[in-house]
Design a protein around this ligand. Sequence first.
Ligand code: NAD
Ligand code: DAU
Length: 340
Amino acid sequence: MRIVVTGGAGFIGSNFIRYMLKRYPDYTLINYDKLTYAGNLDNLREVEHLPNYRFIQGDIADAGQVEQTLASCKADAIVHFAAESHVDRSIMEPDQFIRTNVVGTHRLLEAARKQGIARFIHISTDEVYGSLGAEGFFTEQTPLAPNSPYSASKASSDLLVQAYHHTYGLPVCITRCSNNYGPYHFPEKLIPLMITNALEGQPLPVYGDGLHVRDWLHVEDHAAAIDLVLHDGRAGEVYNVGGNNERTNLEVVQAILSQLSLPISSIRYVADRQGHDRRYAIDASKLRSELGWRPKYAFDEGLAETIAWYRTHTAWWQRVKDGTYRHYYELQYGSNQGAI
Ligand code: NAD
Ligand code: DAU
């Protein structure tokens, strides 16, 4: 199988490429990525020498380049990760989220339709469902009710993907996953930010009361789910992916501090995220019963492995935390946010 992976230099895309090349040595994986601040070819050093891996630098919103790439690659499938992915950045500057997540997805769908691509897997998020109260889970039937510019752009792209299936018969599947964690996670997101700040002796900025709940899934379990949907998912269907690992942010941060033998006083409570969704929790029973998916990682074990990875890959995250990252960090956590 020849697979074009968009956004393959990011966190989940690079983990997916490594997973697939290991599991299917006879497949060809073509990574099409713009290399934004979040794209990093260091994530793929282990596989870049392989003859069945290829990198093409390109923008999904560039219709000409997308069409040319798909025409030349003769791909059987597209797995579409490329996106602007960070909620806080979408609150600061939404424009790029609309351009990449909505317009870019549309350009890709159009090119896929013209090429007659046999499989289009759209990687979406549980955030399209909005926020839950204390009880209940998101199912595939939960109405879309996105709250942030990021999640609204992802919901918009989901609707376009579904429209291309309904109108043109494009064989699409959509996956909607909960929060991922694991190696190569960009340190703007909660877990890698907290681990790397702790290792640097910096304060750990928790938004609001810290009682917001996320449902954590190891990135390798997500890659395994996408693998199943790619091969056996029914065209036109949505599959939720989640690990039943609900934790408050405070519980996650406390677990990191405890594993690093650091005091709770390292936490700095800061102003809450605007429009902050209170709780996400996924019902993944469709993926389990239809495709036999089972997550491998218990959260505590996955978190310990992840902390160990960041301890032994300081050069990777120190490089990432330099340059433009510092500017973003100052804007997000500097004097205008202040401790509360
Ligand atoms: P990421 O920010 O780490 O990586 C995004 C990648 O997309 C980067 O390599 C970037 O260079 C590339 N990219 C951005 N704009 C592009 C463009 N216009 N053209 C081509 N490439 C472009 O993101 P991630 O955390 O790996 O998330 C990947 C996908 O999974 C996203 O679609 C996201 O919405 C979804 N998702 C993420 C999570 C999570 O917890 N991180 C959970 C569920 C779903
Ligand atoms: O649910 C899936 C989504 O998970 C994906 O679609 C997004 O791409 C991904 O970024 C993630 O979104 P979240 O907003 O849930 O993840 P983030 O790591 O930014 O935040 C997790 C929780 O931690 C959230 O409640 C906000 C809080 N938080 C985050 C940061 C960065 C803090 O308290 N402090 C922080 O500094």
